[in-house]
Design a protein around this ligand. Structure first.
Ligand code: NAD
Length: 273
């Protein structure tokens, strides 16, 4: 049994991860950590997320070190906010606990600190801003297709719900960067974000990126490789947040055997090149 501690255990992702772990035969939740001064402190995490009593009380993150030691956690999963995650990673790695981190928004300095802590404490680590299995295969597929279709026109179209505030999506930007890097094109120069008016003819190098917003679309990403007389489209569609959680479960399973002292990616978890 892999003993798992979860920080941000009562959050949207944290709750889903706790629920999913209870469905696995090879792992169990041994610690649930939340922000200090929460009214949830002392409550059973299983009851809170709706799977019944697990005998694991929610504890504040200022008791993280003693909680990790007392629970015998082997892996800590963090879905919180970047400044909190940096501290959590520091403490967990110092305790020799492997980490799976999905929290986004780290500055370069924060990410450097995370990497340093993983290296110095020689633990297994998976850090990824997108743990969806299909999305990672999507990026990997684009990496392989781009050099084969280098002289096709490439356009990226993403669609999201009408509450999303930023555009284009982070996933569309990663797809764009993967393709630009693979084709040795400068991302600063080849991105065309939407077109309007007399923009002139398309150049062969440019990569168009377009955003659609509407209703309750969770997240669609399509990359079109358009040649003369044919086109190839690669599309990923996310239906629910569950896609991320499925990836987290794979990362938890991978982490005890992950290469120590380095930060692994979802490519490593999924065995993608
Ligand atoms: N990697 C991925 O695939 C992926 C997928 C979805 C979301 N995310 C990221 O995961 C993070 C969490 O997302 P969410 O939607 O679950 O947010 P959320 O706000 O629902 O949950 C975050 C939880 O962290 C807790 N928290 C805050 N500070 C803490 C601290 N110091 N110690 C312990 N707990 C603390 C909060 O109380 C909250 O319960 C975000 O950064 C989000 O971008 C990543």
């Amino acid at each position: 049994m892999i003993k798992v501690a979860v920080t941000g255990a009562a959050g949207r992702m944290g709750s889903g991860i706790v629920r999913k772990i209870t469905e696995q035969e090879d792992m169990e939740v041994v610690a649930a950590i939340e922000i200090p001064n929460t009214p949830l402190e002392g409550k059973d995490i299983g009851v809170h997320v709706g799977v019944g009593e697990l005998g694991v009380e929610i504890v504040p993150s200022d008791k993280l070190e003693e909680t990790l030691k007392a629970s015998g956690a082997e892996v800590l999963v963090d879905f919180t906010i970047a400044p909190a995650a940096v501290e959590t990673i520091k403490i967990a790695t110092a305790c020799g606990v492997n980490i799976v981190v999905g929290t986004t928004g780290f500055t370069d300095e924060q990410m450097e600190s995370n990497i340093k802590n993983v290296e110095e404490n020689n633990v297994g680590a998976v850090i990824s801003s997108n743990m969806a299995i299909g999305v990672n295969v999507f990026f990997n597929t684009l990496k392989k297709l781009a050099p084969l279709l280098y002289d096709f026109d490439i356009e990226i179209i993403e669609a999201h719900h009408n509450q999303k505030e930023d555009a284009p999506s982070g996933t569309a930007m990663t797809a764009f960067e993967v393709i630009a890097n693979e084709l040795d094109r400068d991302p600063e120069e080849v991105g065309v974000f939407g077109r309007k008016g007399l923009v002139g003819k398309r150049t062969p190098e440019e990569i168009g990126v377009h955003a659609i917003r509407g209703g309750d679309i969770v997240g669609d990403h399509t990359v079109m490789f358009v040649g003369d007389g044919e086109r190839l489209e690669i599309k990923h569609q996310a239906h629910t947040r569950e896609v991320f959680i499925a990836g987290v479960i794979r990362a938890i399973r991978y982490s005890p055997n992950a290469k120590k002292g380095v930060v692994s990616s979802m490519n490593d978890v999924l065995g993608l090149e």
